[in-house]
Design a protein around this ligand. Structure first.
Ligand SMILES: Cc1ncc(COP(=O)(O)O)c(C=O)c1O
Length: 371
């Protein structure tokens, strides 16, 4: 007799409230016939996110990538920007879309974020900004990065795609730097199907961003910049408002899974769980492990073993951004410049983590790794 096939477990599963709870929002949109262009749900979500995240201004976008591209436009960044190779490819792509040259700097071996120690050596007369990533939602060393930026007159734009709700001891991590960019993609802790946002600190820059995301229109007859269409629709914004109601509970469930993994994996030789970066409030967006040489299987063999058992973990972030064809010819992409990132990319596996992942599923993943 063959065993019944188990349902596959993916690295994440989107947070979806019951469909019937979304119907009244849709009804409202149908009644008002206001589908996009700064509609009432869009305005309400911006307000609610400001208070929920503890930030001053937020501009909603159609996705995080367009928000990153626009953030660079808003500050007129050009020339070279220092960034991390250990991220999702959109981080560096946003630079190329602006005709900016990314300069890759290695990561810290503990936090896996841009290593502030190595930033200064990469600064040239062409450098205009630093684009660090709060990788896995673990805060960067924001004070050291700011100090370097101030010394050299550079802007700082954080790719905070993973950092929804994260607080360091000074409050929301989104308040550091000149701008921070969030992603509300389906795979993120908080999703609007597709979506994103720019967090900024004053009304003037918020206004410029709002113009840029609406083709550059200032009023009916004035176009101040070659803007783009980056507006979030009313459907996405309404869904975001509904999502917000369940976010606290979702974060608590994620935390419980994180604790369970850490406990279960603690004694396994060769498996290293990434610690947090000392944040006051974490969001448990990912559960990365490093498969080290004293584990009996290679990283890829463990990855395959998990797949063979229906566990679709992901190798975030492998390959490094700097290894993709459009980047690998750049001097800063050389492996000798990025030894830590290279090593980590060859060891990492992100295990499944999402609110509906059951304790039994977590235990069976731990058992597979332990066996
Ligand atoms: C670090 C990082 N930056 C940028 C993005 C791009 O966001 P989006 O998919 O919303 O365009 C993502 C994820 O998708 C990401 O993980």
């Amino acid at each position: 007799m063959t065993e019944p096939k188990k349902t596959p477990v993916y690295v994440t599963q989107p947070l979806l409230p019951p469909l019937q709870e979304f119907i009244p929002y849709l009804q409202q949109i149908w009644d008002s016939k206001w589908l996009t262009n700064n509609g009432p749900y869009h305005q309400q979500l911006e307000q609610e996110l400001c208070s929920c995240l503890g930030v001053k201004h937020i501009a909603l976008f159609t996705n995080g990538t367009i928000a990153l591209i626009t953030a660079l436009q808003a500050l007129r960044i050009s020339g070279e920007v220092i960034t991390t190779p250990y991220s999702f490819v959109a981080t560096a792509h946003s630079l190329l879309w602006n005709g900016i040259k990314p300069v890759f700097v290695d990561i810290d071996p503990v936090t896996l974020n841009l290593d502030p120690e190595k930033i200064e050596a990469a600064i040239t007369p062409q450098t205009t900004a630093i684009m660090p990533v709060h990788c896995y939602g673990h805060p960067c060393d924001t004070s050291r990065i700011q100090k370097i930026a101030d010394n050299y007159g550079l802007k700082v734009i954080y790719d905070a795609a993973h950092a929804f709700g994260v607080q360091s001891h000074g409050g929301s991590v989104l308040n550091y730097g000149d701008l921070s960019v969030l992603s509300f993609h389906a795979t993120k802790v908080f999703n609007t199907f597709e979506g994103g946002a720019i967090v900024c600190h004053n009304a003037k820059i918020k206004q410029r961003i709002d113009h840029l995301k609406n083709f550059g229109f200032v009023d009916e007859v004035t176009v101040a910049a070659p803007g783009i269409n980056g507006k979030m629709s009313e459907i996405n914004a309404a869904f975001g408002l509904l999502q917000l109601k369940g976010i606290e509970e979702a974060l608590q469930k994620r935390q419980a899974i994180d604790i369970r993994y850490r406990k279960g994996l603690a004694g396994i030789k060769g498996i290293h769980c990434l610690s947090d970066a000392g944040e006051k409030v974490a969001n448990y967006a990912y559960f990365p492990i490093l498969v080290q040489p004293d584990y009996p299987l290679s990283r890829d063999a463990l990855y395959q073993k998990l797949r063979d058992n229906g566990i679709y973990a992901r190798r975030y972030f492998y390959p490094l951004i700097s290894d993709f064809p459009m980047y690998r010819g750049m001097p800063s992409a050389a492996h000798s410049n990025l030894p830590v990132a290279k090593k980590v990319a060859e060891q990492v596996i992100c295990l499944p983590i999402y609110p509906e992942l059951s304790s039994e599923q977590v235990d069976s993943i731990i058992a597979l790794i332990a066996r």
